[in-house]
Design a protein around this ligand. Sequence first.
Ligand code: 4AD
Ligand code: MG
Length: 482
Amino acid sequence: MKRWRISELLGQEGQALLNKEIEVKGWVRAFRSNRFIQLNDGSCMASIQAVVDFEKFDEALLKRVNTAAALSLTGVLVASQGTGQAIELQVSAIEILGDAHPDDVQRTVMQPKRHSLEFLREQAHLRFRTNTFGAVFRLRHAVAYAIHKFFNDRGFYYLHTPIITGSDAEGAGEMFRVTTLDAKNPPLDESGAVDYAKDFFGKAVNLTVSGQLEAELAALALGQVYTFGPTFRAENSNTSRHLAEFWMIEPEVAFNDLKDNMDLTEDFLKYICGYVLENCAEDLKFLNDRDQQEQTQKPQHERSQLSLIDRLKFVTENPFKRLTYTEAIEVLKNSNHYKKKKFQYDVEWGIDLQSEHERYLVEKEFNCPVILTDYPAKIKAFYMRLNDDQKTVAAMDVLFPGIGEIVGGSQREERYDILHKKCEEFGIHPQELWWYMDTRKFGTVPHAGFGLGFERMVMFVTGMTNIRDVIPFPRTPQNAEF
Ligand code: 4AD
Ligand code: MG
C-alpha cells in the first residue's frame, strides 16, 4: 500500500481520500486515553489524529504505543467528530516499526515536556523531533531552495568552488590546516619547519574561508555565478552568531558596480523573506508564537517592537537605509548614546565598527536594515576597489536588526596595477595569486559580489537567537559532537 505523507492527508489530497483506506507511517507524539494517537512524520508541523478502538486490539500491542515509537497505521480516513482537526484516521491495523523504550525516554528530549534549547543542543540527534526544530529545519530547507530559485530565475550559474584551498589570501579569518602528515613525527625541512612539500598536495593547504576568489574567475567568463557551500573559520569566538563551520552564498557579477551590488543584495534578501512568508505559513506561525513568548522573557529595552512575521514583512516592504561609513561615524558621534558615554568602545573615523555600534545604527537610529558602504581601505580586504579619495574602498556590509552583519561584499579591484600595489601593502605575494592576477590582464572589467551568511539568514527568518540552533550539528570551539 502507498504510504501517504501527513501533509498530503491534511491538505487538498486528504479531501479526495475521505472514507478510503490509507496507510501512514511516523512517530508517536502522544497517546491519550488509550484511544487517540498523535502521529507525526516530519512532513509538516501538525500530527494526524488516529483513533483506536482499544477493545479491538491486543493489550500488549497497545502497551508498545509509547511516545517516540515508530508505527505504521492503516485505516479509513474520516471527517473528525472532535474539534482541533478536520480529519482523523479510524485505525484498523497497527504495526510497530520501532519500539521506544519507556525507561530510556525519561532521559531524552522525547519526554513530552518543554526543554531548554541548551539541553536540546546536547541531544541534537533527537531534537529534530521537537516542534521547534522540526519548524527550524523545514524553514532552513525552504531558505536554501529560495536561494537557488532566486539565482536560477535570474540566469546565474551555481558554481562549486574548492573546499580545500592553497590560498589563504582572503584574510577573512584563521584557517584550519588539512594534512596527512604524521602529527607526532612530521618531515622537517633544513630550517626545522614542517616540510609541507612532502604533504599530500605537495604544499600547505587549508579549509576554505570563502569561495569568492574562485567565483570571480568564473564570473569573468560566465557573467554571473553564485556559490553555496560550507566555509570554515578557526576563530576562537564563542558568540551566538559565530560558527567554525558555516554555509555561505557568494554571488559574483561581471559589469556590476557597488550600486548594482547593493540593489542585488536588497532584492535577494527581500525575496528570501517573501518566499518564506508565502510558502511556510504553518511553521512560521509556530515560530512567531514562540518568538512572542520569548520576547516577554526579555528586559523591556531588548524586546523587539515587531513580531517575527511583521519583521519579515517589514523587510519585504521597506527600502533598506543606505549610508557611507563616514556618515555612520558622524551619526554615532552625534548620538546621545555617545555623548552619555554609553558605548564601551570609542568611535573614531578608521575604527572597525563594533557590534554595539552596528546594533545602535540598526535598532535605535534607523530601525530598519542598513547598508553601510565605503569603509576605510585599511580595515577591509585587499581585493576591494579603491575609491577616488584613495582612503576608502567600495565595500558594503548589510546590517540586520537582532543579527548585526548578515552580508559582506564589495566592488572588486579590477585594475592590475592598483591590485598589485594593494597586495604588497597587505603583505600578500602576487605570485601566489598569479591566477587571480591573470584575470586582471585579460579582459578585466568592473565586477562585484557579496557573501550572505546562511545561518544568520536562517536565524532572522526563524527568530532563533543562537546560531547553534539553526544548523543541525554546530561546530564551535571545543565542540564537534555528532
Ligand atoms: O564578511 P565576510 O567575511 O565576507 C567574505 O567572506 C567575502 N568573501 C564575501 C564576498 O564578498 N563574496 O563573510 C560574509 C558573511 C558575513 O556577513 C556573515 O553573515 C557570515 O558570512 N559569517 C559567519 N557566519 C557564521 N559564523 C561565522 N564565523 C561567520 N563569519 C562570517
Ligand atoms: Mg564581513
